[in-house]
Design a protein around this ligand. Structure first.
Ligand code: HEM
Length: 460
């Protein structure tokens, strides 16, 4: 791992972006505990391309300049690796995960995983998304209050378990659901997240210690996943439109199928990347819709303009204001504040800077989305901006970009729209508390503090 001292301009004589002068431990604690404040202050002090230094990783170039992001996303992917930056999620997803692959193996695996998340195959999951939403929401009674994030997570996890595993309701399904939720919940506070950032803390000190507890939960979950894989292997025909079926029939260039461990890691990757993210985005959307009455009114008007119960799912997904609300939700507080870091395998020129090998380049989604030159009044929630103009993929990047752009982008947007349309057309909800909500760290993502408490006013 390179150190900041090794790349100082005095030492290597090249042109580097501004380097944050604050001590690396101050930057680490500030960045973990008050990330918004840290990012905004640093950008103010050092500009839209600057070098940050954290105790847990090599120096990082934090980028919120769209031209630089464009140069990065369109550069030859062989210049970068994302696996070093993604090591922090290895304990969850395993070493064979797409997130930890680079170069040709990454490209090959992406090709295999992409199709079910697009086009007709994805749309086949649409009715499922609506039915699951109805089923989960029907447990809520009029007059009761509920916290949106876990309820949205129940919806998105059920969707992903059906789409990825083809799992039906049953005991194994219920246990997988509980264990996965408990495991992700154990990283929800800034303090517990420290265990992911620092390998030296990852010690098994028995079932009552945080890491020991995590390892035991993961062991139990793995057992269930391997049971499912084994059972599906013994089925005569791999039939079904779920992703496990697809992966079971896949062969590599030597004609070899994926091993159980490879299958487990890829399934965990999709479960991990695919449901908490969507659930958090939905919780934010419900928060904004119910805190701004004109947004809610406009959205309801649009939804009432079509026969929601009988509309084609694609017709709902094309509604312009619904789309704008989802886009603005992911702009103002993106679920991931950063794309994956790209670690330089060789030196690179970026915007005239000469960046040495080993440096990490981190496009900052949050800061880019808050540039007042692109998004006037960036702290205001205004879906209209997405009706008035189109933003380039380097100005608007909630799903990252380039060769690592999120493979679940279309799937997540489709799900967000169908879930919101289903909830809003069947329920009148209101916020239980009126105070403004801030994003807080949940693992490697950012979610609304408290999870958004809502009250069920009416059911239609
Ligand atoms: C609102 C929901 C979601 C958000 C905000 C989101 C965001 C992101 C971001 C920012 C990245 C990193 C991209 C980069 O570095 O350029 C990413 C990667 C990824 N996402 Fe998503 N995601 C969402 C939903 C999903 C879903 C539903 C799935 C699949 C079930 C998924 C699977 C993945 C995978 C596998 C990658 C790694 C891609 C690679 O390494 O090539 N995501 N996502």
């Amino acid at each position: 791992m390179i150190e900041l001292q090794e790349i100082s301009p005095e030492k290597i004589g090249n042109k580097l972006p501004n380097i944050a002068r604050e001590h690396k431990w101050l930057q680490t604690v500030w960045g973990i505990t008050r990330p918004l404040d840290y990012l905004e202050k640093m950008q103010e002090r050092y500009g839209d391309i600057f070098i940050a230094d954290f105790a847990s990783s090599p120096p990082q170039v934090i980028i919120s300049n769209p031209k630089a992001i464009q140069e990065l996303f369109t550069a030859d992917y062989k210049l970068f690796q994302s696996s070093p930056g993604n090591q922090i999620i290895e304990p969850l997803v395993g070493p064979n995960s797409l997130l930890l692959k680079d170069g040709e193996p990454h490209l090959q695996q992406r090709k295999l995983l992409m199709p079910p998340f697009h086009g007709e195959r994805m749309q086949a999951y649409g009715q499922l998304m609506r039915d699951i939403t109805q089923q989960v929401m029907s447990k809520l009674t009029v007059g009761s209050s509920f916290v949106a994030r876990p309820i949205m997570q129940e919806i998105s996890l059920t969707v992903i378990l059906r789409a990825v595993f083809g799992l039906k309701e049953g005991e194994r399904y219920q246990r997988i659901r509980q264990l996965l939720t408990a495991m992700l919940d154990s990283f929800q506070s800034p303090l517990s997240v420290v265990f992911l950032f620092f390998k030296s803390l990852q010690r098994d000190l028995g079932p009552l210690s945080p890491w020991g507890n995590f390892l035991r939960q993961r062991g139990r979950l793995d057992q269930l996943l391997y049971q499912e894989i084994q059972e599906r292997r013994t089925q005569e025909q791999f039939s079904g439109d779920d992703i496990l079926t697809l992966l079971l029939s896949a062969r590599d260039e030597q004609g070899q199928p994926m091993t159980d461990v490879e299958l487990r890691d890829e399934l965990m990757t999709l479960l991990f990347a695919g449901h908490e993210t969507t659930a958090t985005a939905l919780a934010w959307a419900l928060y904004w819709i119910h805190s701004l009455s004109d947004v809610r009114e406009k959205l309801l008007q649009e939804l009432h303009s079509i026969d929601i119960a009988n509309a084609q799912l694609t017709e709902i997904a094309r509604l312009p204001y619904l789309n704008a609300v989802c886009c603005e939700t992911l702009r103002i507080y993106p679920v991931a504040f950063f794309t994956f870091a790209r670690t330089l395998k060789t030196p690179m020129q970026l915007m005239g800077y000469e960046l040495p090998e080993g440096l990490r380049l981190s496009p900052c989604i949050y800061l880019t989305h808050h540039r007042p030159d692109i998004y006037p009044e960036p702290k205001q929630f205004k879906p209209e901006r997405f009706l008035e103009r189109q933003f380039s993929p380097y100005e608007y990047l909630p799903f990252g970009g380039g060769n690592r752009r999120c493979i679940g982008m279309a799937f997540a947007m489709f799900e967000m729209k169908l879930v919101l349309a289903t909830i809003l057309s069947h329920y009148s909800l209101a916020l239980a508390e009126t105070r403004p909500l801030q994003p807080v760290r949940r693992g490697v993502t950012f979610a609304p503090a408290g999870g958004v408490r809502l009250v069920v006013k009416e059911r239609h």
